[in-house]
Design a protein around this ligand. Structure first.
Ligand code: DGT
Ligand code: CA
Ligand code: CA
Ligand code: ZN
Length: 574
């Protein structure tokens, strides 16, 4: 069992305990425990199986929690969670995903009404029954209804990271068959931030055996279908669906093209083929006049026969890429190898899990030339954010560190909260001491459209602000972007030379690709950064790069592709 899975079950237990009104101290210990396990660099299951070692070695894990963790690794759940799941309908955990409903409100709703499904909850709001409960009103009913609609839209989708991990596991498992070529297709290959199901294609002499082997995979929870050249199954505890297709080599390219999609891209491509006197499907490209196969073995071949340059999968959304490919003017997209530094990360000074030196060393090992360390500011009291004095002391510490020959240049930065009224959390003279000021919204996310727009515009007025951090505040599959006039804020950021962050954390990927493209068209420039709270999070950079590619960005659009000297000069210029 992966640490992530253990952490998820602990966090769920904490949520259920809170709904049950259990002691808040104990709830917190489960939640902190979940975070500690998630961030722990070695596999907890391995640790448990090593004689003489115990989970209590991990900071933040006490004796009580250790018992639950052992149970979870052994049985997939723990007694405490099982009891609570019996008391509440299984949808209790789903209700927590509805904005506006915390554990306390959910407990209250359970006490007063017999609700067990999302439909029940929706009906309660429509019948205006929520407002009969203490501290609930018409506004909340509206909010819950809106949130239920959003919930339905994202239900059944998974983070790109989850899809990538499942595909990776299966690829390793199937690769034991000799001569098998395995390729991801679908939204996973296009790098969409969330994925409905994983599409995998295999070809080779053993392709049919691969279907056999796939349905026998130990983590397959349910086989959904098994045909001659296709099998579908739900994999893992999350129940992510995987479609595996076995294909002959002669049409592998055409199948890759077809099953990569998107559907809109395929429809446009097929229309182009028809106009040119061809027929295009997953078996190949055929001349209409005599049914002769013109292409199909390779994807490049298919595009080429249609008079097109090969189109990177990230661009295949029918948003102008086909015309560009016809005119040979597709952009050279940014690649992970172009990135020379990471500019947003946290340390033990606030809510990170590693020291400044450890983060710098991890970044150096990745081959970066520079990093900026950007801990939180004081408004984020829970994270022990820096006040002016600590921020200035930190800048000094970084200057001293750089004199010591770290093998990587460290810039002193801060992720400064944008307060409710748009002022930055720290005074100008402190911000002036730092090399890089990122401004982010972490609280009061439910302001009205106009007020949120004004707040962000006001933040951009601060002369020390260099980057707008995770600019829309979305959390994938959990929280929508806050409402504001994005075009106006992006235009103002361009005017003032403020860069927009593409936050590479797989839970955020904010900005998303449509916003990136819109801002790019206005002349915006970007940074891609991981927001790492642990050295291993530095590896998330690739998700940010994929999102930037989906936004059509090249290396020149992203400041942290610059070599150190150029980058430092660009920072100073402001
Ligand atoms: P997802 O799974 O919802 O994240 O998105 P996709 O794009 O992976 O969609 P999926 O798994 O339903 O299908 C994989 C690809 O197969 C899709 O991107 C394009 C192709 N495809 C599926 N259905 C159709 C269709 O009705 N027409 C065409 N032209 N292509 C289709
Ligand atoms: Ca799919
Ligand atoms: Ca599929
Ligand atoms: Zn942040």
């Amino acid at each position: 069992m992966e640490n992530r899975e253990i952490a998820r079950i602990l966090a769920e237990t904490a949520d259920l305990m809170e709904i049950a009104g259990e002691d808040s101290f104990r709830v917190r210990s489960y939640r902190l425990g979940a975070a500690a396990i998630e961030a722990h660099p070695e596999r907890v299951e391995g640790l448990l199986n090593t004689p003489g070692r115990a989970v209590t070695e991990i900071p933040g894990i006490g004796k009580g929690l250790a018992g639950s963790i052992q149970e979870i690794v052994r049985t997939g759940s723990c007694e405490r969670r099982d009891h609570l799941l019996e008391r509440f309908p299984p949808t209790a955990l789903e209700f927590l995903k509805i904005q506006g409903l915390g554990p306390k409100s959910i407990a209250l709703i359970y006490q007063h009404y017999r609700v067990s499904t999302m439909d029940d909850l929706e009906r309660l709001c429509q019948e205006q029954k929520l407002r009969e409960l203490p501290r609930m009103g018409a506004k909340l009913e509206e909010k819950v209804l809106r949130s239920i609609a959003q919930y339905r839209q994202r239900a059944g989708r998974f983070l790109l990271r989850t899809a990538e991990q499942t595909a990776g596991e299966l690829t390793a498992y199937l690769s034991e068959l000799p001569g098998l070529a395995i390729t991801p297709a679908g939204s996973l290959r296009r790098g969409r931030e969330t994925v409905g199901d994983v599409d995998l294609l295999v070809t080779g002499p053993q392709a049919e055996t691969a279907l056999e082997r796939f349905v026998a995979y130990p983590r397959v929870a349910e086989v959904l279908g098994r045909g001659e050249n296709k099998a579908s199954a739900r994999v893992g505890r999350e129940g992510l669906q995987v479609d595996l297709r076995a294909l002959p080599a002669a049409s592998f390219g055409a199948a890759m093209q077809y099953f990569t999609g998107s559907k809109d891209h395929n429809v446009a491509l097929r229309n182009r083929a028809v106009r040119m006197g061809f027929k295009l499907n997953e078996y190949g490209l055929f001349r209409t006049s005599d049914d002769a196969r013109v292409a199909g073995e390779s994807e490049e071949g298919v595009y080429q026969a249609l008079g097109l340059d090969w189109i990177p999968p990230e661009l295949r959304e029918n948003l102008g890429e086909i015309d560009c490919a016809a005119e040979h003017r597709l952009p050279r997209l940014i690649e992970t190898a172009d990135i020379r530094g990471d500019l947003h990360m946290h340390t033990t000074e606030t809510d990170g899990r590693a020291s400044l030196e450890e983060m710098a060393e991890a970044a150096r090992r990745k081959g970066y030339e520079y990093i900026a360390v950007t801990d939180h500011s004081k408004a984020l009291a829970m994270a022990n954010g820096l006040d002016e004095k600590r921020a200035v002391a930190f800048a000094r510490q970084v200057r001293a560190l750089n004199r010591g020959g770290l093998g990587i240049r460290v810039f002193s930065g801060i992720e400064c909260d944008i307060l409710k009224d748009g002022r930055l959390d720290l005074a100008d003279d402190a911000l002036a001491e730092l090399d890089l000021v990122i401004g982010s919204v972490h609280a009061y996310m439910n302001l009205e459209y106009a007020q949120m727009t004004d707040r962000l515009l006001r933040a951009l007025e601060c002369p020390y602000l260099r980057v707008l951090g995770h600019p829309t505040g979305r959390l994938l599959l959990q929280r929508e972007a806050y409402p504001f006039d994005f075009d106006r804020v992006a235009a103002e950021a361009v005017q003032r030379g403020v860069l927009l962050e593409i936050n590479a954390s797989p839970e955020r990927l904010d900005l998303g690709f449509t916003h990136i493209r819109a801002a790019h068209a206005k002349g915006a420039r970007f940074i891609i950064s991981t927001d790492a709270h642990h050295p291993k999070h530095l590896d998330n950079m690739r998700y940010g790069v994929t999102t930037a590619r989906r936004g059509w960005l090249g290396p020149g659009d992203v400041l942290n592709t610059r070599p150190l000297e150029q980058f430092a000069a660009a920072l100073r210029k402001n």
